[in-house]
Design a protein around this ligand. Sequence first.
Ligand SMILES: *Cc1c(COP(=O)(O)O)cnc(C)c1O
Length: 398
Amino acid sequence: MDNQGMIAMGQDYVMNTYGRCPMGIARGRGAKVWDGDGTVYLDFVAGIAVNNVGHCHPAVVKAIREQAEILLHCSNLYWNENQVKLAKEIVANSCAEKVFFCNSGAEATEGALKLARRWASRQGKTAKNRIITAANSFHGRTLGALTATGQTKYQAGFGPMLPELIHVPYNDLPALAAAVDENTCAVLLETVQGEGGVLPGEPAYFAGVVALREKFNFLLMIDEVQTGFGRTGKLFGYQHLDVTPDVFTMAKALGGGLPMGALAARGAAATALQPGEHAATFGGGPLVAAAALASLSVILREDLPAAAEQKGRYIKERVGGWTELAGLITDVRGQGLMLGIEVTCDGNKVAEECRQKGLLINCIHGQVLRLVPPLVVTEAEIDQALGVLREVLAGCRR
Ligand SMILES: *Cc1c(COP(=O)(O)O)cnc(C)c1O
């Protein structure tokens, strides 16, 4: 189906919940995608930080093909080999002791919120049910996750939100210290706020959060949905910080391109949810778990976190050297290949002009260009993408 065919049929039959670009994506390979008319693009959106190993990585495709012939679904009333192996791999490469599988980031957030309250109620502390998250955060769109999301624009019209979920400014330790008390069961934070504008958390802030945890005994929960699986230059974002979370959530890149979410926990949090207390019909199914295992093994074997670190630094250096655009570019920030370029011109227009020149990037809040390419993107592809971006930005200046 060509672009026009997809657009017309989509407008007729699909709920109008996204601001979509006027194109359909027909296929992808590595850091490239082709639209319905056969035009090729460099994909620096990567399904929004999903395709960390690139589109259709051969190892992931092979794992899916092979598993598809064996078993697609079997229910969590039974064990399946891929799920248990994947849990073991996540535990082996993080601070976690146990993993729960679900299907998306929002669902992982929901699981974390429930886990925190159950952890407290299991100790008989039923009033210890308050959860604190950051203003400007993003944790998903289901009602619990939406309440946790500290951006009122996403909540407007969907009230009332969940009680005892409050937001405090990010990277502001006094604000958190003022909000937290013995009735706080959890603090949920991103290590780099993604949808919020690619805003990295400060190490001193997180050190302060850890000190507050010592004092008030809440669960420190990290949302690794966007930062996870090598994106920031470490396998998980918290590994940049002197922080050991009690719980962390995953999704986006976890399934190698297939939909999958998870939450991982250690200590008492790892056993807070007991049989019958939480579930997901499709969670950790054999097919997605096969894809996730293959993807994680590529990330570890090829040391894609280190590649992300090195490529991200290269992009920052290159963009930082565009002296003719000083004033137009006010900030280049982020970690690894999770980068934000803040501009003074209309960022949505920049993203659209880049698209017309064969580069997909995404703009948040109208002024932050988010670059989250596959971690396997080549230096030649980066150079080509930056060439397009520089040319488009130079045009904005006029
Ligand atoms: C994308 C995202 C989510 C939501 O994930 P979905 O799979 O879209 O529900 C949650 N948290 C963060 C940090 C995200 O970037």
